[in-house]
Design a protein around this ligand. Structure first.
Ligand code: HEC
Ligand SMILES: [Cu+2]
Length: 487
């Protein structure tokens, strides 16, 4: 069967060659240039970037170009699962970030801009880049700024990119990863459908399913104790109406990445066999594969033809992740049944014995009516302040308020902080630039204005003042209001 198919393809190529002999010679010349670095670029073009599960158009037979990539970093709250939100940090507004499609020999001019409303500096490390930090050293950018750098795509393949700003694990855990595809000269073979899927693990203060805005939990991340393991950034990003689709008889290619930060993925499509896997996104092709391993910070390209209709479930076959933590997607295939390939009843949900992507967590009755800020106890303010600190201040001032020498002043035992509470409130409300001296050390940097409510300012400062050897001031919401209106 296979030999017959191959000889048909061979005949087909011959037929095309006789029409355009010249282009066939071009395409079969093994090495036109000693190295991809020598491939000349003709003209400039703007890269098409897409949000998952979509991918940009293939490169086809276009020549190498100067490819303009404009990527914007956006920090935003999004839905993790029904009733639960998360503060995502994104490349291009989506998790995973925008898909970048290039060909070997392209000279990429990469502009990374950090939206002025963002709180943190970021950068980008593209695994497709040959150079220090994969671009990270040239792309470190503060909110409201942009950075430009250039690189030549030397190696074809499917590569991960991610933020590499300290604490690196935290930036990746918040969603800062995506894929960049470097196609060979002439492009990858044509298929009918292509999709972009990327797995990631998330760590939240609450347990899986706990409602409300869930802050990042550093300790769980260090312990690799994930609350959510998902495709494309959230539970259900690829199920129900968000499922990817194909028609019977079509060939499907999935570009599958794994952002981690911690877990490796045993990627599997229930009821399908991968006809081809480009292992680890490189050039070695494996055939007839059931499950392919995708390392954290790695990728794979899988291809298969869909022969029968139905709903095919995409999972991480570390199966509790699929049915209990969210690593579950759907491919819906429409078309004629083929009883010789599959005789049974193919029904949506048949492989779904536990009833959904995520199981309900039993209600432990912990939820309490929201108190007004005026009657909050110190302990309650400390608890809430701690979470706000972890979400908003931690990345710069560090876990125990120790700061980072020459960059971020300490909040622990800070003489500056303890000297004037109203001045401290003002800094959090309005930001701070210019030289200051904290514990005898000079700092001259920028703290951006923090976009948090008056109540949150009161809670986070109460937490800071009652931690790490500070003077135990209890900051009230009324006091924050006063400073705000007096300003
Ligand atoms: C993007 C990094 C960043 C974030 C996020 C940030 N800060 Fe700052 N913070 C700084 C920098 C930089 C300075 C010093 C500014 C200067 O040099 O004028 C500073 C100064 C301060 C100071 C005065 C100096 C001191 O050490 O006592 C306080 C108080 C402070 N920040 C509190 C906070 C609190 C509370 C939060 C969270 C609500 C926060 N900061 C979030 C970067 C940050
Ligand atoms: Cu980042």
């Amino acid at each position: 069967m296979k030999a017959q198919k191959n000889s048909l393809i061979f005949l087909g190529i011959l037929a095309i060659c006789s029409i355009s002999l010249q282009s066939c010679i071009d395409n079969t010349t093994k090495k036109e240039y000693a190295s991809a670095a020598d491939i000349p670029v003709s003209r400039e073009m703007k890269a098409e970037l897409t949000a998952p599960p979509n991918v940009p158009r293939g490169v086809g037979d276009r020549k190498a170009k100067k490819l303009i990539v404009n990527m914007e970093i956006i920090e935003k709250e999004g839905t993790m699962t029904d009733g639960t939100t998360y503060n995502y940090w994104t490349f291009g507004g989506s998790v995973p970030g925008s898909f970048i499609r290039t060909r070997v020999g392209d000279e990429v001019e990469f502009t990374l801009s950090n939206h002025p409303d963002n709180k943190l500096p970021h950068n980008i490390d593209l695994h497709a880049v040959t150079g220090p930090g994969g671009g990270a050293t040239s792309s470190f950018v503060a909110p409201g700024h942009e950075k430009k750098f250039n690189f030549k795509t030397l190696n074809e393949g499917l590569y991960v990119y991610h933020c590499a700003t300290a604490p690196v694990g935290m930036h990746i855990a918040n969603g800062m990863y995506g894929l960049i595809l470097v196609e060979p000269k002439g492009g990858l073979p044509r298929v009918d459908k292509e999709y972009y899927i990327m797995q990631g693990d998330f760590y939240t203060k609450g347990e899986n399913g706990d409602p409300g805005l869930q802050p990042f939990d550093m300790q769980k991340a260090v312990d690799e104790d994930a609350d959510y393991v998902v495709f494309n950034g959230s539970v259900g990003a690829l199920t129900g109406d968000n499922a990817i689709t194909a028609d019977v008889g079509e060939t499907v290619r999935l570009y599958v990445g794994n952002g981690g930060p911690n877990l490796v993925s045993s990627f599997h499509v229930i009821g399908e066999i991968f006809d081809k896997v480009m292992v680890e996104g490189g050039n070695s092709i494996n055939e007839n594969v059931q499950t392919t391993l995708i390392p954290a910070g790695g990728a794979a390209i899988v291809e298969f033809r869909v022969d029968v209709p139905g709903t095919f479930i995409l999972v991480d076959h570390s199966i509790f992740r699929a049915f209990n933590k969210g690593a579950l997607g759907m491919l819906k295939v429409k078309g004629e049944e083929n009883k010789t390939i599959y005789s049974g009843v193919v029904q949506e949900g048949i492989y779904h014995p536990e009833g959904g992507g995520i199981q309900e967590m039993p209600d432990d009755g912990k939820a309490v009516a929201k108190k007004t800020s005026a009657n909050k106890s110190l302990a309650e303010k400390m608890e809430s302040g701690k979470q706000i600190y972890a979400k908003t201040c931690f990345a710069c001032h560090q876990a125990n308020g120790e700061g980072i020498p020459n960059a971020f002043p300490p909040l622990a035992e800070s003489d500056y902080l303890n000297a004037d509470v109203n001045r401290t409130i003002d800094i959090v409300l309005n930001g701070k630039t210019g030289e200051i001296t904290v514990n005898g050390q000079k700092y001259n940097s920028v703290m951006t204005k923090q976009a948090i409510s008056n109540e949150e300012v009161a809670d986070v400062l109460t937490y800071v003042y009652n931690s790490w050897g500070n003077n135990k001031t209890n900051v009230s919401e009324a006091q924050v209001e006063q400073v705000k209106s007096g300003h």
